[in-house]
Design a protein around this ligand. Structure first.
Ligand SMILES: [Zn+2]
Length: 271
């Protein structure tokens, strides 16, 4: 298994947590160091490009986590059970504790600490991020980008139960999320046989859990806002736009007025 670690190199205490994490890993480890604070839209595509260039899945990790015993073998077993799927290894969905017998649930939810990504998924995510308008692309974190991408595919992200990694809560969050209730997994790893391939066999129906902070209606609203369907006209600010040209969205009336104005201006110049 290959591991890609996003390392906040500008935070001194992350050197120790990174060394601790690396001591828990075997396999190929690639470290992506940010020398200064960088937005996710800068550092995450570097990591995802690496994943896209591989032949096999890569487990992407933050530098402030602990992983379960025998983590690499557990990841191999997950990869074998869920080919080509995006898998969160840091399950935080509420209610996952009730689903322990299932070993899996799915949700439009991903968080940065630990996830498994296949090369094809990484390539699609890079394209998706690049296709977003700058106002979104420049502000979105990698987890949100992956969630919106998953919604666009109508394929929720798989979540392992238990989570195979958790934050080292002794290391402060680089985003000020120290007391965030979702910083800890909903079912931390214990002594489950997570390295056994049979443990992760995917059933036809994986229980779905709604993400409370990225609801289906919110995700659909965002998707619509990316198309002319849900956009308000920039001309009159009241009607729904039906077309967007050069970043300007127009309703049919305003587009008609613009067309008329352009036609008469052309006529004036030619005559
Ligand atoms: Zn209008």
């Amino acid at each position: 298994m290959k591991f890609a670690i996003a390392h906040a190199g500008w935070l001194p205490d992350r050197r120790e947590s990174l060394a601790m994490l690396m001591s828990q890993l075997s396999g190929t480890i690639k470290i992506f160091t940010s020398r200064r604070r960088e937005h996710a839209s800068v550092w995450a595509p570097r990591l995802w490009q690496y994943v896209a260039d591989q032949a096999d899945p890569v487990v992407c990790l933050n530098d402030d986590i602990h992983v379960c015993p025998d983590f690499e073998r557990a990841c191999d077993a997950v990869a074998e059970a869920a080919p080509e799927r995006l898998v969160s290894l840091h399950t935080q969905v509420p209610g996952a504790a009730k689903l322990v017998v299932e070993h899996w649930c799915s949700s439009y939810w991903l968080t940065g600490p630990a996830y498994m990504m296949w090369p094809g998924v990484a390539a699609e995510l890079l394209d998706f991020w690049a296709s977003l308008p700058w106002r979104h692309a420049s502000q979105m974190n990698e987890d949100n980008c992956a969630i919106h991408w998953a919604w666009s595919k109508q394929q929720p992200i798989l979540q392992t139960i238990p989570a195979l990694a958790h934050h080292d809560v002794g290391v402060p969050s680089s985003l000020g999320y120290d007391n965030h209730p979702f910083r800890t997994p909903s079912v931390p790893f214990g002594d489950e046989p997570v390295t056994a391939p049979g443990y992760w066999t995917l059933q036809a129906e994986v229980p779905y859990v709604e993400n409370p902070w990225a609801t289906v209606s919110g995700l659909e609203g965002f998707r619509r806002s990316l198309t002319a369907e849900g956009v308000t006209c920039d001309g009159c600010s009241s009607h729904s736009a039906f077309m967007t040209i050069g970043g300007t969205s127009l309703c049919s009336q305003c587009a008609g007025s613009v067309a008329q104005a352009v036609a008469s201006e052309w006529k004036r110049r030619i005559v």
